[in-house]
Ligand binder design. Structure first.
Ligand SMILES: [Zn+2]
Length: 211
């Protein structure tokens, strides 16, 4: 079995959303200072790195991450490539080879290469799902949409794609590193930290394949 780890490493250099609190690491206890053990303290937005969104993120009164079904977060997933497109519109999605019955869809875009080159500055022109793209996903039975930059929605159109997906119960998984992952069918395992009431949670996300 081959395992692709799609998770962005949480380091001080990781790009965070503009205006979000910065990542802060500290070590209140450290062996090198004579303490009996080392303990790291981490301060971060729940939308850091590879993470998912809960309805509470954009829906007033919406549920937190604890309601998201593990049966959706684990299971067959399709990786498709949508390269050289500026946005994931309905027309772009409709042209991709997505068999009916697909429930977990991870879309690899031109964003993918940004993680490998190790960019450290937020890029506003990232590729993401437009409002009509979000409606296409809902209408086509997608239950989990994975994207390869830090938001499922374009920087200039943040609200409506999130609302369409979250109101329909679709789980957006954001900040996946799909560089080097060939298109095709996989088993996805995406496990968010269990933070009841939270509007999002960091995840460890992997794809498994028999090859
Ligand atoms: Zn998010």
């Amino acid at each position: 079995m081959k395992i692709y780890d799609l998770t962005l490493p949480i380091t001080p250099d990781l790009i965070v959303w503009p205006g979000d609190p910065p990542l802060q690491f500290s070590q209140p206890y450290h062996l090198e200072r004579g303490d009996i053990c080392t303990v790291t303290r981490l301060s971060l937005s729940v939308h850091t790195g590879t993470h998912l969104d809960a309805p509470a993120h954009f829906v007033p009164g919406g549920a937190g991450v604890e309601v998201l079904a593990l049966s959706t977060l684990i299971g067959p997933a399709l990786v498709v490539e949508a390269l050289a497109v500026p946005a994931l519109t309905a027309a772009v999605l409709a042209a991709l080879p997505i068999p009916s019955g697909t429930e977990r869809l991870l879309v690899k875009t031109d964003n993918a290469a940004r993680w490998t080159v190790g960019e450290t500055v937020f890029y506003e022109e990232y590729v993401a799902v437009t409002a009509d793209g979000a409606r296409w996903l809902v209408d086509n039975g997608i239950k989990l949409i994975g994207v390869d930059y830090l938001s499922v929605a374009p920087f200039a159109e943040l609200v409506s794609p999130h609302q369409i997906l979250l109101n329909a119960g679709v789980i957006p998984v954001e900040g996946l590193n799909l560089d080097g992952v060939p298109p095709g069918p996989y088993q996805l395992v995406c496990l968010p930290l269990l933070i009841p009431g939270s509007d999002g949670a960091p995840c460890r996300a992997v794809l498994l394949t028999a090859d």
